[in-house]
Design a protein around this ligand. Structure first.
Ligand code: AMP
Length: 410
């Protein structure tokens, strides 16, 4: 099936052609007609499946065709709420791209930067507003955002939203939205908390599912290196050279760890940079741009910072440590080989993480290929006291970071 087989208007088809997108992804094929039909949609899909276009394209089209406002200064007809700044920025970029041959206007608001420029854009009037929850409620309180004209509401990455502690913000927001509206709800996973939340938002929804486990299995090669804590650094450099990796997104468990890995790599003349929540927003945007432009070869990120990173044709991700939550593994590897492109995910596992592998393999319903040709194999020599201390400290920091993030997002 091609995009022109879907009932998409010419100006959007033209913009898609500019991007060289010819075939819709599975979620796009399923969701676009439903949204155009004004159905509520419950989508199980993670980033990397083409989810953004699946809601952005029909929303632009509906606004362009129906012109909800009957002329005059644009009012906010569609509100898209997403957990992270990076994701918000990217969604807005995509909307601008797909809508460039229409008169539909959009903008994005997120915290961590001055509100002035965002308010200026809002004052000019937009049809589509992309927002993170905190800044949105803030600007509503200040009277810069009015939701009375919202006809379409999108809650994106709902599971991550709850993980980040946004539930109260969402509850507040729901009270401010018009009752009569179309709602789209996307989540990578559907635990009970999410099922309960969607029931409060959606009305008789149509369900659309893209199975993350099988979609990653089809397009991604997954490898696993077992090693010890003290040999991780050397193993990482070996992998970078051995696999001739020119660009990779590398996941670190903690912000502190991310800085350290980037620093260590720089010592070996590997162009690297860290990106995480403690870095200023401007710095994060610059690093991301440098990475996209190919000026940085190893981008070290924490889970929450990496969440919104969308790099076309990113071939490699490396997991410098194994996550204790299996879903996180799926989120991480999902950054490579997006929208049907080939990709490789390489995991590095130290003895204390061995137990996590079983859960991960259960979730993805396949065995990860273990690389035996590994110059730094795992030995069963126990951790030294120093290493044990480090490991415990890292765990502690991770917990603190998790709670600090939750607090910040409230
Ligand atoms: P998303 O899941 O929305 O983050 O999209 C993942 C990546 O796939 C992004 O880089 C999109 O630009 C790209 N993409 C989305 N739809 C298509 C398509 N139909 N054909 C090719 N690439 C696409």
């Amino acid at each position: 099936m091609r995009f022109d087989d879907l009932p998409i208007i010419e100006p959007i088809l033209k913009a898609l052609k500019d991007k060289n997108y010819t075939e819709p992804t599975s979620i796009q094929r399923k969701a676009i007609p439903l949204v155009l039909n004004r159905d509520d949609v419950l989508g199980t899909a993670q980033t990397g499946t083409g989810k953004t276009a699946a809601f952005a394209i029909p929303i632009i089209q509906l606004i362009d065709q129906i012109g909800f406002n009957n002329g005059g200064r644009p009012k906010i007809n569609a509100l898209i709420v997403t957990p992270t700044r990076e994701l918000a920025i990217q969604i807005d970029e995509n909307i601008q791209r797909y809508g460039k041959y229409t008169d539909v206007k959009s903008t994005v608001i997120f915290g961590g930067v001055k509100q002035g420029p965002q308010v200026d854009k809002l004052k000019k009037g937009v049809h589509i507003l992309v927002a993170t929850p905190g800044r949105l409620l803030d600007l509503i309180d200040q009277g810069y955002v009015n939701l009375n004209a919202v006809k379409i509401f999108v809650l994106d990455e709902a599971d991550r939203m709850l993980d980040m502690g946004f539930i109260n913000d969402i509850r507040k927001l729901l009270k401010l939205l018009p009752e009569k509206r179309q709602s789209l709800f996307f989540s990578a996973t559907m635990p009970e908390s999410i099922i309960n939340l969607q029931k409060k938002i959606l009305n008789n929804p149509r369900k659309v599912q893209v199975d993350p486990a099988s979609s990653t299995a089809e397009t991604l090669d997954q490898y696993l290196y077992y090693t010890n804590r003290k040999t991780k650094k050397d193993l990482l450099r070996h992998i970078l050279q051995d696999q001739e990796i020119d660009q990779v997104l590398l996941f670190s468990r903690t912000k502190h760890g991310a800085d350290r890995i980037a620093r260590d790599l720089k010592k070996y003349k590997v162009n690297s940079a860290a990106i995480h929540g403690d870095k200023a927003q401007n710095h994060r945007q610059k690093v991301l741009k440098d990475f996209k432009d190919g000026k940085i070869s190893v981008l070290v990120a924490t889970d929450s910072a990496a969440r919104g990173i969308d790099i076309d044709k990113l071939k490699y991700v490396i997991l410098y440590d194994m996550p204790d939550v299996a879903e996180t593994y799926v989120h991480r590897i999902g950054r490579a080989g997006r929208a049907g492109e080939k990709g490789t995910a390489i995991s590095i596992c130290e003895p204390e993480e061995n137990a996590y592998i079983k859960d991960i393999e259960k979730l993805i319903r396949q065995k990860i290929k273990v690389v035996n040709n590994n110059p730094f194999p795992q030995t069963d020599s126990p951790m030294t006291n120093q290493e044990k201390k480090e490991w415990n400290k890292e765990k502690q920091i991770r917990k603190q970071e998790f709670f600090a993030n939750r607090k910040k997002s409230r």
